[in-house]
Design a protein around this ligand. Structure first.
Ligand code: HEM
Length: 445
């Protein structure tokens, strides 16, 4: 007999913990740490097990990962991502990851640096001193332009880039809600459902058209779509169009909202914490002087790195899931076959045992001993194991370059009286973040 698993309180008949998952998702998940290292919740009629202990998380993601496949969340994502890298399991995942890995190799990612910094420069250039900007929209625009620029350097991909830029936010909003709150409502002809379906269809057909146009042009556009079209399987055959389609949409879904959320939070904290802003500006002035940021500066931007790390801790992805294959022993607990497991980086990163004063934004914790010896599984912004984010280096490089380029030019001031609300879609992002740019010169520091 395994140790019994506690259940979260506040469960209602029929809907279980549906209200908490819909309205107070991150607070609810973070509160489970108090109850146990594994806690059962009711996802509207479906039991799921939330892990709050780093050792259990490490077993599921890394050392005992052979006992699990992707869970319900990924089944739902298949509607959008098809057989993209982020949704498949087992051999199909291993093969696809091996084929795609070189596209995200450190050296290849370094080659994306110029697009990342020039896009940030363009976005920062478009602002005017004193004229308020919606930072969350601006950062979404920036990261969508980076991902689109890397995917499609040719005009043949312009319509696909446009569809991704405009339709993806609608899709991201619908996807997590559909995962956590199952039900027949998803098939009803409600305006939200119609919008969601239409947005997926528009992205799908624009990406298919780009693939067809690239195949006929047979040119090297020095972009990711050209690389994907040139890939071969084990038998030396080109990858099918649908496979390429699914990887393109996976990169867009995985790479735009996550990085824009992190960038927005960085700008929020820099703008509201004079101590953080001062240290950051001092470093930018020392490392960059009056020059635009380039790849060669990144290693020296140590404080910027700590700011990014702290945002990845505080506003991590709310959930991703796994499912047991058969009856499974997880530490002291016995899980039934097909049990849905929730890993919540957000919950883990808000645990005071590993991160004292977890609600405090404190970039310097990353230069103190307390974070040097964290247990494996305690800090997992990009997950861990064979499905760890394939683009973790890409994301950190993009955020670092964009922050440096924006903050060397502007101080972004919060609008007085604005309170910033955190919402979770694919990422955990600020709902609305309005800030006012003030021009900055080195002399003003
Ligand atoms: C701050 C930014 C980002 C965060 C926090 C993040 C987070 C994550 C997490 C937690 C996973 C793993 C889920 C699991 O274990 O099941 C993941 C997987 C993935 N991410 Fe990211 N990501 C970020 C940026 C990006 C970017 C920029 C791209 C693409 C350009 C990307 C593409 C992917 C892909 C393709 C996977 C699937 C990997 C696999 O299953 O082998 N991500 N990401």
């Amino acid at each position: 007999m395994g140790t019994s698993i506690p259940t979260a309180s506040g469960e209602l008949p029929v809907i279980g913990h549906g209200v908490q998952l819909a309205r107070r998702r991150t607070e609810f998940l973070a509160s489970l740490t108090e109850i146990g290292e594994i806690v059962e919740i009711n996802m509207v009629g479906m039991p799921a097990y939330v892990l709050t202990d780093p050792d259990l998380i490490w077993r599921v993601l890394v050392s005992e990962s052979h006992n699990y496949v992707r869970g319900r969340m990924f089944d739902k994502m298949t509607e959008v991502l098809g057989n993209g890298l982020a949704t498949i399991s087992g051999k199909a995942h291993r093969d696809t990851r091996r084929i795609l890995q070189p596209t995200f190799h450190r050296q290849q990612v370094a080659a994306y640096g110029p697009i990342m910094s020039s896009t940030a420069a363009d976005v920062a250039e478009s602002w005017q001193a004193g004229r308020a900007i919606e930072v969350d929209d601006a950062m979404n625009d920036l990261t969508a332009r980076v991902v689109n620029g890397i995917l499609f350097a040719s005009d043949l991909g312009a319509a696909a880039a446009d569809a991704i830029q405009r339709r993806l936010p609608v899709v991201m909003k619908g996807m997590l809600t559909r995962t956590l709150i199952p039900g027949a409502w998803q098939r009803l002809p409600l305006p939200a459902n119609t919008r969601y379906r239409k947005a997926i269809d528009q992205m799908d057909s624009a990406i298919d058209e780009a693939i067809t146009a690239y195949r006929s042009a047979r040119a090297d556009h020095s972009d990711m779509l050209t690389t994907l079209l040139a890939l071969r399987d084990e038998a030396g055959k080109p990858m099918p169009d649908q496979w390429i389609h699914d990887q393109v949409i996976t990169v867009a879904v995985g790479g735009i909202e996550t990085t824009s959320a992190a960038l927005s939070w960085c700008l929020h904290y820099i703008g509201t914490r004079p101590d953080v802003e001062e240290q950051l500006h001092r470093e930018l002035d020392t490392v960059l002087g009056d020059r635009p940021v380039e790849l060669m500066h990144v290693m020296a931007l140590k404080y910027v790195g700590r700011v990014v790390q702290e945002v990845l801790r505080m506003h991590a992805v709310a959930v991703f899931m796994r499912r047991t294959l058969g009856p499974t022993q997880l530490g002291a607990y016995e899980l039934p076959p097909n049990a849905e497991i929730i890993v919540s980086p957000y919950t883990m990163h808000r645990n005071a045992r590993w991160f004292p004063e977890p609600a405090r934004f404190d970039p310097d914790r990353w230069s103190r001993p307390e974070t040097q010896n964290l247990p494996k599984g305690a800090f997992i912004p990009f997950s861990a194991g064979h499905s760890k984010c394939i683009a973790d280096n890409f994301a950190v490089l993009e955020i670092t370059l964009a922050l440096a380029e924006i903050c060397r030019r502007w101080r972004l001031r919060p609008v007085p009286g604005q309170s910033v609300r955190e919402i979770t879609t694919g990422a955990t992002r600020p709902d609305r973040l309005t800030m006012i740019p003030e021009a900055r010169s080195r002399a003003s520091v």
